[in-house]
Write a protein that binds this ligand. Structure first.
Ligand SMILES: NC(=O)CC[C@H](N)C(=O)O
Length: 222
């Protein structure tokens, strides 16, 4: 599978995402925020970082990058898209996912190894996990508090669209301890923690994040 990773000005984790994609058995393709085509990729990762310096709100300017027109169109046709942290913020700003990410409730940047439960294993990004599997991956954000109105939260829960939930302490005040969600079709996933930083034993908290990238290699979709 060819997986494009979009680099925006201020992206930080694009190279780590490319490496994780390769370790997961896929080919990584570098895409630039100013691109007008997706170079034949089968899936897309919007990586973490501080795109456009987080000005206005995290992800608010990136949403208008030229490449996002193509990403939004491809996502609406079913292409798998994973937004990690800043990428999750961009997906919410683009309205590919509901809700918003706001400043952490404790007002500090959080950087920790975070325990999560994977609750939806039917997406192309999470099928390698067992339902309810508990994993530990890195979390690092300043605006990671997931919020949505009660109806939206109930719909996400009712339709099984909460992909991952925080265990132990809620690190940023996210409503219902939500760490990741998917769209109604299940192809677009936003995740606040960083699976691409937990793919090798040499560094980080083990390899629990690798499943996000091996899932994709095994996925078949229309
Ligand atoms: N690690 C990240 O992608 C951080 C995203 C964003 N800059 C924040 O602080 O919330």
């Amino acid at each position: 599978m060819k997986v494009g990773v979009v680099t925006f000005p201020g992206s930080l984790d694009d190279v780590d995402a490319q490496r994780a994609i390769r370790l997961g058995g896929n080919e990584a393709v570098a895409l630039w925020h100013g691109d007008h085509d997706l170079r034949g990729v089968d899936a897309i990762v919007l990586p973490g970082g501080f795109s456009y310096g987080d000005y206005l709100r995290c992800g608010a300017i990136s949403r208008f990058a030229p490449v996002m027109t193509e990403v939004i169109e491809a996502a609406s046709k079913g292409m798998p898209v994973l937004g990690i942290c800043n990428g999750f913020q961009i997906l919410c700003e683009s309205h590919l996912l509901p809700g918003a990410l706001i400043r952490n409730d404790h007002r500090k940047f959080a950087c920790i190894d975070q325990r999560l439960r994977i609750e939806n294993t039917s997406t192309p990004w999470t099928s390698a996990y067992a339902p309810g599997e508990e994993v530990t991956i890195v979390l690092k954000n300043g605006e990671g508090g997931f919020i949505a109105d009660e109806d939206t939260l109930d719909r996400l829960e009712g339709e099984g669209r909460v992909v991952a939930r925080y265990l132990d302490d809620n690190p940023n005040g996210s409503m219902r301890a939500i760490a990741g969600i998917t769209n109604a079709r299940g192809n677009v996933v936003g995740l606040m923690p960083h699976p691409e930083h937990a793919v090798e034993d040499l560094c980080g908290p083990g390899t629990d994040g690798l499943g996000f990238f091996t899932s994709l290699a095994a996925a078949t979709f229309a």
